[in-house]
Design a protein around this ligand. Structure first.
Ligand code: THU
Length: 126
C-alpha cells in the first residue's frame, strides 16, 4: 500500500474544502478494491451542525463513481497532518469497508475493526 500517495491525494483534496466558518480544511482519500482513489473534502454550512465532513464527501464520491469497497483510507488537515476520522465518519466508512480495511491514524496503521469495534452495520439489518 502506497500510503504516501494516499496522503498526497488527501492533501490535494483538502484544497477543495469549503470552510468559511472553521477555516479548517480537511481532505480524505481512499483506495478502492478495484484500484480507484476516491477523495473528499469538508463542506461547511451557515447552519453549523449541517457541516459535511470530508469523509461524507468521500463516500458520496465512492458511490457516484461506481461504488465498491474501501481498502485503505487517509485523512489530513490543510497542512497535511494525519487526522483521526470523527466518530460519525468512522461509521460512514464502516458501511463501505472491504474486509481488512486499513486506516492511517495518528497512532499508525489500524484496521476498521480497531477504530470502530463491535460496530453496528448492514449485517445487523439482515
Ligand atoms: N472534519 C472533517 O471533515 N472530518 C473529520 O473527521 C473531523 C472534522 C471537519 C468538519 C469541520 O468542517 C472541520 O473539520 C472542523 O471541525
Amino acid at each position: 500500500m502506497d500510503w504516501a500517495a494516499l496522503q498526497d491525494a488527501a492533501r490535494a483534496a483538502s484544497a477543495h474544502a469549503y470552510v468559511p466558518y472553521s477555516k479548517y480544511p480537511v481532505g480524505a482519500a481512499a483506495l478502492t478494491e478495484d484500484g480507484r482513489i476516491v477523495t473528499g473534502a469538508n463542506v461547511e454550512n451557515a447552519s453549523y451542525g449541517l457541516t459535511l465532513c470530508a469523509e461524507c464527501s468521500l463516500v458520496s464520491a465512492l458511490h457516484m463513481s461506481g461504488g465498491g469497497r474501501l481498502m485503505a483510507f487517509s485523512c489530513v488537515d490543510g497542512a497535511g497532518n494525519i487526522l483521526m476520522p470523527c466518530g460519525r465518519c468512522r461509521q460512514l466508512l464502516h458501511e463501505f469497508r472491504a474486509p481488512g480495511m486499513q486506516l492511517m491514524t495518528i497512532s499508525g496503521i489500524k484496521t476498521m475493526d480497531e477504530v470502530l469495534p463491535d460496530a453496528f452495520g448492514p449485517e445487523n439489518l439482515g
